[in-house]
Design a protein around this ligand. Structure first.
Ligand code: GLC
Length: 552
């Protein structure tokens, strides 16, 4: 039976997002309700009790709109409908209502940089002649070279190859991602107006906010010049241009016109934390993913540097930090932390399997560190993201056969980069073999699951106090109980050894993580609230984290 906690949501403060734990649902791989091998809305609804028991505050659902699925749904053909393979609008309404009854808020994913080539606007643009108004919603240009046979400039697609594709009448259109994802022209007022309508469409249906896909690329230099480095702040021809901010001020006004106000989180892969902080000024977006932290290797000094840099950049604008270790675009952190330091390079970019695959993986070490990292993630000030399956201790599936790969990166890189499918393998819920309860018995998940995930199903872990799932549950329970966790200040504990990060939250709570090779004696009088592993002789062993109560 569902306990109705929706009343609780109403009375909770409007700034819930400042300290929320948000669970990312990659919808195609979470739960398959109809047995077609693809996760769907029914699969999410059936698993809401699991998420409530886990203790998350909100879910972020990756795109569920009608889509040819060239890029896992990030190629949207209609922003105000649901792909029939994933559900229907009434089912979406049902999910939103069910989630709220469980006390879980719902964020959707909006994709404003590009549409699908199947979107009616793009189809109309293709049908129109060069120079026609119907092409103005996209970036069509004549080519270079005597016959226009060369792309208009030297920009590259994020997935490999040129960022331009030629259409039969000889013009080219821009796509910073796959050819099936033409970039929109945000200088066109009709584009802006339409996205505001999309925001309202979903806000009116009761969703609590949006994750904004590629939030830093919609505005382009109108001259579309060649990319030449180095570009100064705001001078890159398609990244982080100042014109973005007026769009977000408009969006914020829309979000604030609702009661309770709706919220945004920006996906903006930017190296410069101060530039990133501009997106979360008080009249713009609420939060932005902290990708600098995501790419930090298993290293105390770099972790501290990233935490300090994040807090210093956000302090002046008053926005809370976010902390994230994995998502559907990067190699799962367990498989990164289980590799030697050389394989783990800090740098704000997707972490493709290719970058690390040649380095040996120690899954036990990765698991141990992932457990410690979870306690770090959930103790840092601000909000935190959990990517589906990290709470089960899933690793990256590195041996998917070539013929099942779906990430456009695989094709666009000329089969040199295996892309991101390895972190998108459908979750193991129960049972001794595939589909592991992802779908009904006999169904075939869209990507094959490793037989060894038998040991990692949610069913197997739920009653095992030593499991990753139990650790996440315990940490999330404590996070709700300890008032100092979530939003608020952090203080580094003085006198900590090299290779150990230790900080307090408020006066009574501390977290310590040991990245060094030797044990670290716990502070005298501290009471252990939760540890990621055994603490022999009252000391914190390497690759282990602990939450402490400092009240004696
Ligand atoms: C974002 C998404 C990624 C997608 C890209 C293009 O980075 O997270 O999955 O491929 O945008 O939409």
């Amino acid at each position: 039976m569902v306990t109705d906690r929706s009343g609780l949501l109403r009375v909770m403060a409007n700034d819930w997002w400042r300290g929320a734990v948000i669970y990312q649902i990659y919808i195609r791989s979470f739960g398959d309700g109809n047995g077609d091998g693809l996760g769907d809305i029914a699969g999410i609804r059936a698993r809401l009790p699991y998420l409530a028991r886990l203790g998350v505050d909100a879910i972020w659902v990756t795109p569920w709109y009608p889509s040819p699925m060239v890029d896992g749904g990030y190629d949207v053909a209609d922003y105000r409908d649901i792909d029939p393979a994933l559900g229907s609008l009434p089912e979406a309404d049902g999910l939103i209502a069910d989630a709220h009854r469980h006390g879980i808020r719902v964020l959707l994913d909006i994709v404003p940089n590009h549409t699908s080539s199947a979107h009616q606007w793009f189809q109309a643009a293709l049908a129109a002649a060069p120079g026609a108004a119907a092409r103005d919603r996209y970036l069509f240009r004549d080519g270079c070279g005597t016959g226009g046979e060369l792309p208009p400039n030297n920009w590259r697609s994020a997935f490999g190859g040129p960022a331009w594709t030629r259409v039969p009448d000889g013009q080219w259109y821009l796509h910073l991602f796959a050819a099936g994802q033409p970039d929109l022209n945000w200088a066109e007022p009709a584009v802006r107006a339409d996205f505001e309508q999309t925001l309202r469409f979903w806000f009116d249906r009761g969703i609590d906010g949006f994750r904004i896909d590629v939030a830093n690329r919609m505005v382009k230099d109108p001259a579309l010049p060649d990319l030449a480095d180095p570009a100064g702040p705001g001078e890159h021809p398609y990244q982080d241009r100042d014109g973005l901010h007026e769009i977000y001020r408009d969006w914020r006004r829309v979000a604030d016109s609702y009661d309770p106000p709706r919220v945004f989180v920006a996906e903006a892969w930017l190296d410069d934390q101060d530039r990133l902080a501009r997106y979360v000024r008080p009249d713009e977006l609420h939060t932005a993913f902290n990708f600098d932290f995501l790419t930090v290797p298993w290293n105390a000094a770099q972790a501290r540097d990233s935490i300090d840099g994040t807090l210093a950049a956000l302090g002046p604008v008053g926005a809370p930090a976010t902390w994230v270790l994995s998502n559907h675009d990067v190699v799962r952190h367990l498989s990164r932390f289980g590799r030697p330091p050389l394989a783990q390079r800090r740098g704000v970019r997707f972490i493709y399997l290719n970058a690390i695959a040649d380095f040996p993986l120690d899954i036990d070490l990765g698991t141990k560190r992932a457990r410690a990292a979870a306690l770090l993630l959930l103790a840092l000030p601000g909000s935190a993201y959990v990517y589906q399956g990290e709470e089960l201790g899933l690793w990256e599936v590195e041996d998917l056969p070539d013929d099942v790969l779906r990430d456009p990166t695989w094709e666009q890189s000329g089969h040199t980069d295996r892309g991101r499918d390895g972190c998108r393998v459908p979750l193991p819920w129960s049972g001794d073999g595939p589909p592991f309860g992802f779908g009904p018995a006999g169904s075939r998940p869209w990507l094959p699951q490793p037989p060894a995930w038998k040991a990692l199903t949610a069913a197997r872990q739920q009653d095992d106090p030593g499991s990753m799932l139990s650790l996440y549950r315990a940490a999330l329970t404590l996070r709700r109980e300890v008032a100092a966790l979530g939003d608020g200040p952090l203080s580094w504990l003085p006198g900590t050894a090299d290779g150990v990060l230790a900080f307090s939250r408020g006066t009574g709570f501390a977290c310590a993580v040991n990245y060094s090779a030797g044990p670290w004696p716990l502070p005298a009088g501290a009471e252990v609230l939760l540890a990621s592993g055994p603490l022999p002789d009252g000391r914190l062993p390497p690759d282990t984290a602990v939450w402490l109560s400092l009240r004696s």
